[in-house]
Design a protein around this ligand. Structure first.
Ligand SMILES: Nc1ncnc2c1ncn2[C@@H]1O[C@H](COP(=O)(O)OP(=O)(O)O)[C@@H](O)[C@H]1O
Ligand SMILES: [Mg+2]
Length: 416
């Protein structure tokens, strides 16, 4: 066999046995030769396609464009895959279509140009691809679903956490409130029990004074000694006054503790108010003891709680008198400055021991040099708290055996 014959045989065998479909057509698109794989692919008998236009293998909708493409290719042929990037499909004899991939090549014998189409059925690959695509999509949906469920769960957890925090906050507040109420209750209980022990001690002197005096009055009544009777009536009066003072201190403190003291300001003349007070207090003074009152500055009306101010000054003046000896005067000064009032209560009495001065405003505090004078140790504590209600303040200077000066500073007016 010549080498030409050999190559023909090789070519024939390749053509006949190739698993890929091979169609040879001429420049006009007429099929000239079809290999067994191609006729099987398109569902035709071996010779059936020969002489037909290549377009019979193309779905009707694509036929027209194919003719244009084919003619274009015949003019500028080059080996290449067809319809790059496009989904190509072919038409079987039975009218069904299937996806294909085509490669084109040309050759010339004499002046005859032939076009070779290599056609492979890619249905399986497409199906696999589609399956994969579906799988990917399913996976994506699943991931999305899981992500949503997760973020939902996270949100719920966060909400739960917030609720928990809120609940804890509320519980803590409630606990604090209960504790505060309890502390207050304990404070009040303590206050009352301390009062009872203080009162049982402090009540004894005035009560026994009253008892003795009534017994003596009874006796002097028989002898008709009017002067002595009068003295004992005086003793009874001041003992009752003492008892009243103790009870008043306690009631004031109880009201303060319960937060039941309200500041009710009204407008009044400070000077008139002070003069009335001096008259009233003078009657409680010791023998030979005077309250020396002085007013300085303008005499504008002030806007303060009269009742609270009265209590404050009664406390300070009665301290000054009771902690000073007979015959020693007490000084009471008021200075009305531009926007404030300075009130001074000064005595030349027993003074307060320096080591004890820090406790002066504590409840039940009584200095050791004051124990033989009647008192509750509540007065100054009340004074300080009353002044607090009116935006005022109190300070003092004291030397034992020399005397004490209390200075009160108040605003000229307060809002109701
Ligand atoms: N003007 C004063 N001079 C000396 N000591 C005073 C004076 N005022 C107050 N004190 C001391 O401060 C203590 C507390 O005063 P206070 O609270 O008014 O209670 P009380 O007068 O009922 O004892 C007094 O017991 C006394 O020791
Ligand atoms: Mg007092």
């Amino acid at each position: 066999m010549t080498s030409r014959e050999e190559s023909t045989v090789a070519y024939e065998s390749m053509f006949e046995n190739a698993s890929i479909g091979i169609l040879i057509s001429n420049g006009a698109g007429i099929i000239e030769k079809v290999n067994p794989s191609a006729s099987r692919l398109f569902g035709y008998g071996l010779e059936e396609l020969v002489g037909q236009k290549i377009e019979v293998l193309i779905p009707a909708t694509l036929r027209k464009t194919h003719v244009q493409h084919r003619e274009g290719y015949a003019q500028r042929p080059s080996p290449r895959p067809m319809g790059l990037g496009m989904d190509l499909s072919a038409l079987r004899k039975d009218g069904t279509t299937f996806p294909i991939e085509i490669s084109l090549a040309t050759y010339t014998i004499g002046d005859k140009k032939e076009i070779v189409s290599f056609v492979s059925d890619i249905s399986k690959r497409k199906k696999d691809e589609e399956g994969l695509q579906r799988l990917a999509e399913e996976l994506e949906t699943k991931v999305q679903e899981r992500t949503e469920a997760l973020s939902q769960a996270i949100q719920e957890l966060q909400q739960m956490n917030e609720n928990l925090n809120h609940e804890m906050e509320q519980r803590k507040n409630a606990e604090q409130e209960v504790r505060r109420a309890f502390e207050k209750e304990k404070d009040l209980g303590e206050l009352k029990s301390r009062f009872v022990s203080m009162a049982s001690h402090e009540f004894r002197t005035p009560l026994s004074g009253i008892l003795t005096s009534t017994a003596l009055i009874d006796r002097y009544n028989q002898s008709g000694d009017k002067e002595k009777i009068g003295r004992h009536i005086q003793t009874i009066k001041s003992s009752v006054q003492n008892l009243t003072n103790i009870l008043n201190d306690f009631l004031s403190l109880d009201k303060l503790e319960a937060g039941r003291v309200e500041c009710r300001p009204s407008s009044f003349s400070m000077d008139d108010f002070a003069r009335d007070l001096v008259d009233e207090m003078q009657s409680l003074a010791k023998k030979g003891q005077r309250i020396l009152y002085q007013h300085q500055g303008g005499k504008e009306l002030v806007v303060l709680d009269r009742e609270i101010l009265r209590n404050v000054l009664i406390n300070l003046l009665s301290n000054a008198m009771k902690y000073s000896p007979e015959g020693v005067d007490v000084h009471f000064g008021i200075e009305q400055q531009d926007s404030r009032i300075v009130i001074i209560v000064r005595d030349e009495g027993i003074g307060i021991p320096e080591v004890e001065q820090g406790q002066l405003f504590e409840r039940f505090f009584r200095a050791r040099n004051a124990t033989n004078v009647q008192g509750t140790g509540l007065g100054l504590n009340i004074v300080k708290r009353y002044l607090g209600l009116m935006g005022g303040s109190i300070s003092y200077i004291s030397r034992e055996n020399e005397g004490t000066t209390f200075t009160v500073i108040l605003p000229e007016g307060i809002q109701p």
